[in-house]
Structures are given as structure tokens and as C-alpha cells.
Design a protein. Sequence first.
Length: 246
Amino acid sequence: MTVSVYTKAQVISDPPARVVKRWLQAGWGDVKRNPGYSLLYGGSLVVLGWICVAALMLNDLGWVLLPLLAGGVLVGPLATIGLYSVASGKTGLRAATGQITLVGVILMVFALIWIRAATVMFAIVYGLRPFSSFADTLLLLITTPSGWALLIAGSFVGGLFAALGFAVSAFSLPMLIDRKIDGFSAMGLSFNATTHNFKLCLCWGAIITLLTLVGILSGLLGLVVVFPLLGYATWHAYAELFHGDA
């Protein structure tokens, strides 16, 4: 299906669960066809994550892990760009580096604002006090009424940032690989695709969050598979919405 640069996404009427399953199956097929590259790609990202966690711990910044992990969901799509050419089967795809950088900077701004908002909310609840270790901070959050209130409020605010970040990046990044288009237009088309396929994208976002959470709870080890799976599936999601084929 040939499309112009600014063609909008189609509206998919199939049940969201069926469509998401189709995307994941296509992504898993790519993982099985390219096991070496996929596991190396995912493993490299996980090692990088371990290095970042270790650096925070060594500098007594363990408390920032929770908002940082949440903020990482916003910029996570950037880490899967290298998988799109494999999923598309087109080795000649070329990234619009400058425009991808633009989208990346915007997502990083979202993440930084969220981390700052989380810090401010912590200060509102507990006052201006030194942050303790990650374990102590987590214990404080899950064992006290004020901690539960902070988790609920933080989840709500973080969810708003995550929803906006997802809407503008879910399909703009593969689009910047596929089309000669500027970053703002790509983000606009991604936002349009998300709002016009709201239930489908809500389901897709929930699956991404769930799989990412499983990967994080496994000590990041599960992300070795989750990263490439979601990266490939994201390309197939874009292809079905904007080209009519997954």
C-alpha cells in the first residue's frame, strides 16, 4: 500500500485484544527469525541499565530509581529504533537522525519534568528531608498511609506524562525511519492515530507497561527478550495502522 508522507492512520475496527495479539505474534516471529541479533540487542540495553543502577547506588542516589524507572518508560521507545529495519525486512531504511533527536529531546523533557514533579510531591508529603536509600524509601512508600497516598498521586501524575509520551512517540519513531517527514508532523500523526484508535492503543499501552514491569521485576533480565519483542511489534503496529499490513 503506497501512502503519502502525511497520510493519517486508518481506524482498525477489529477487537483490540485480537489486534494486539497479532502484533505480538508478528514481533515474536521476528525474534525467532533473528535470535542472535535480538538477544544481543536486548542484552546490551540490559547491561546499560545495570550500569546506570550501579552508578546510582554507588553515589547514594538509589532513591531516584522509582521515578527514573517510570521516566524511563517515556524514553524507552528510543531504544528500539535499531530493531525496525529487521522487523520491516528492509535493510535500506535510513533514520532521519536530526528529527529522531528532536523527538528524543522532547521525550527526555517529559521524563525530566516527571522526575522533578515526583521529587516535589515527595517534599510536599515528607518535607525537605534528605533522601534515604532505595530500600528505605520503598519501605516508607508501601508501609505508611502517606506513602500510599503519594504512590496513588504519583501514579496518576506519572500516568498523564506516560500517556502523552506514548501518544506522540508510539508511531512517530517508526514513521521517521519509514518516511521523509519532520518530527513534529510525525508526532502529530502518531497522536492522531492514538486518539482515533483509543481503545486499541489503550490496550497496546497496557500490554507494553505490563511486559516492561515484568522485565523490571526480574532484575531487568526479562528485558533481554521484552525489548526486542516490543520493538519488533511496534513496527508491525505502525505498519498495520499506516500501511494496512502488519
